[in-house]
Ligand binder design. Structure first.
Ligand code: XMP
Length: 504
């Protein structure tokens, strides 16, 4: 494999991700990993990551002695390049000012840049620079601010770049990483199948003979995790799916049909009465969320006792949910994403989080391999409190029934017109507004529903989706024709901010 030594850069995982995309197998180890540990990986090449330290600091993290003597290609990125240069006898000094952001290379060449053409935009984030080149090295790229932007020593196969080729802001960076893999003669045959095997083995090692509990939400992460865990530990996994009555039309049946035939020991809990009872008469959005959270834990706890005891609680935490402080893998200060927070102490579990190093699209690839049907695999996110926060005001079985039907028409319509994948999330809201209309020859006095669709990368900000008028017209007439309790359909044309994606 290619070994990535992590010196605490926020981008280290991205290096591994790019290698995976290129089909190469890589392993991230702490920057100071012992030589024997690195040797266990039979390294074909070594990447020294970036990091927040300065190479001339007393406490600067360093690779273990002997690592740079290994007869394999080495790529240093940012801090890694500075370390490489200093180690080989060059100088590194604090630059006049911190260079942060995009920079154009004024010149580039050499092995790393082979096959690159045209202008090259590089993402920079450094305050130190290589000021004197070590012997045997050559400068192969520069910018106006940084004369030594990339270096190489083709005899010893040592390469360094001051910028970050792994981030999207360096659009042609992937070619550099590919060129490095070629120098390493790393096989490019690492596939999603391999990743699944690796994850399965990892879970088996961690869990041993233990029993695992997993909460299923119906979304892609927890469903994929259920399939992976079932493959790893069989029926020592219990997957609990709580039907709180706030799900979409047919959702429970879809989840059951997707997971049970693939060997997941799925326990569906019908908690509809319990949730709807607790929510009865409540119209404050935060109060609704609180009640749902509380009832969730209560129901989950009940199942944990019923089917337990369990040693492990599995969570579908993804890499973007994991916020690591500087200091690399070993010293990581992790903010866990507790999907099932607030469980009592006597239900103390150890966490299993096999997706901690993956990104959402990678989970989707794995899901395809594990046989998760596309309608779940490519699904938009759906909030834990479900339709409760899409019915403004108090929740009644009647309103739930109305909203389920409206939502189903809208979402099926998006799929039918090939628009589903063009937006990041789409939803219907039932407002408490009733207004006058006319249908046939009769006056109506019925509810207004709102349709909302957004595009976003991270759900922190969003734009309202510019759905075609014809499509919206079709949805409007389908809804008022098929759902008699609705006589007015509006489309939400507000971004986030100032609005949020959900209405509550
Ligand atoms: P907002 O409405 O805050 O939503 O713009 C951003 C994203 O988060 C989802 N969301 C929730 N998910 N529990 C959840 O699990 C919640 O209480 C919740 N509120 C919002 C929302 O669907 C969107 O994807």
């Amino acid at each position: 494999s290619v070994v990535i030594l992590d010196f605490g850069s926020q981008y280290t995982r991205l290096i591994a991700r790019r290698f995976r995309e290129l089909g190469a197998y890589s392993v991230i180890l702490p920057g100071n990993a012992p030589l024997e540990r690195i040797a266990q990986e039979s390294p074909l090449g070594i990447v020294l990551s970036g990091g927040p330290s300065s190479v001339y600091d007393e406490a600067a993290p360093r690779p273990a002695a002997g690592v740079l003597d290994l007869d394999v290609p080495v790529l240093g990125i940012c801090y890694g390049m500075q370390f490489l240069a200093q180690q080989a006898g060059g100088d590194v000094k604090r630059a006049g000012r911190r260079e942060y952001g995009k920079a154009d290379l004024t010149r580039y060449g050499g092995q790393l840049f082979e096959g690159v053409q045209g202008e090259f935009v590089a993402w920079m984030s450094h305050s130190d620079s290589v000021t004197r080149l070590p012997e045997g090295y050559e400068v192969v790229a520069e910018t106006d601010d940084t004369p030594v932007t990339a270096i190489e020593n083709t005899a010893t196969r040592r390469y360094g770049v001051q910028f970050h080729p792994e981030v999207v802001h360096t659009p042609k960076g992937t070619q550099l990483l590919l060129n490095f893999l070629k120098v390493c003669a790393a096989p490019l045959d690492w596939t999603a199948e391999h990743i699944v095997d690796e994850l399965v083995t990892g879970v088996q090692q961690q869990v041993g003979d233990g029993k695992v509990l997993l909460g299923i939400s119906g979304g892609v992460d927890s469903s994929t995790l259920a399939l992976l865990l079932a493959r790893a530990v069989g029926d020592r996994l219990t997957a609990v799916f709580i039907d709180h009555g706030l799900l979409r039309l047919g959702e429970r049946e879809q989840v059951e049909a997707a997971l049970t035939p693939l060997g997941v020991h799925l326990v569906t809990v019908d908690a509809r009465e319990q949730f709807l009872g607790a929510l009865s008469g409540v119209s404050d959005p935060e109060e609704k969320r609180k009640i749902i959270g509380r009832e969730f834990i209560r129901a989950f706890e009940h199942e944990a006792r019923e089917y337990g005891p369990f040693d492990f609680l599995a969570q579908g935490t993804l890499y973007p949910d994991v916020i690591e402080s500087s200091g690399g893998e070993g010293a990581a200060n992790i903010k866990s994403h507790h999907n099932v927070g607030g469980l009592p102490d006597d239900l103390a579990f150890k966490l299993v989080e096999p997706f901690r190093t993956l990104f959402k699209d990678e989970v989707r690839q794995i899901a395809a391999l594990l046989g998760l049907p596309d309608h779940i695999r490519m699904r938009h996110p759906f909030p834990g409190p479900g339709l409760a926060i899409r019915i403004l005001g108090d929740i009644t079985p009647e309103k739930l029934d109305i909203l389920k039907r409206v939502d189903d028409i809208f979402i099926s319509g998006l799929r039918e017109f090939g628009l589903y994948d063009s937006c990041s999330q789409a939803l219907a809201v039932l407002t408490p507004i009733r207004s006058v209309g006319v249908m046939g020859d009769e006056r109506t006095y019925s509810y207004t529903c709102a349709l909302r669709a957004v595009s976003t990368d991270d759900f922190m900000t969003a734009e309202w989706a510019r759905l075609p008028y014809d499509f919206l017209a079709t949805m409007s007439s389908r809804i008022v024709n098929q759902v008699h309790e609705i006589n007015r359909v509006v489309y939400d044309i507000t971004g986030k901010p100032p609005a949020t994606i959900e209405w509550e």
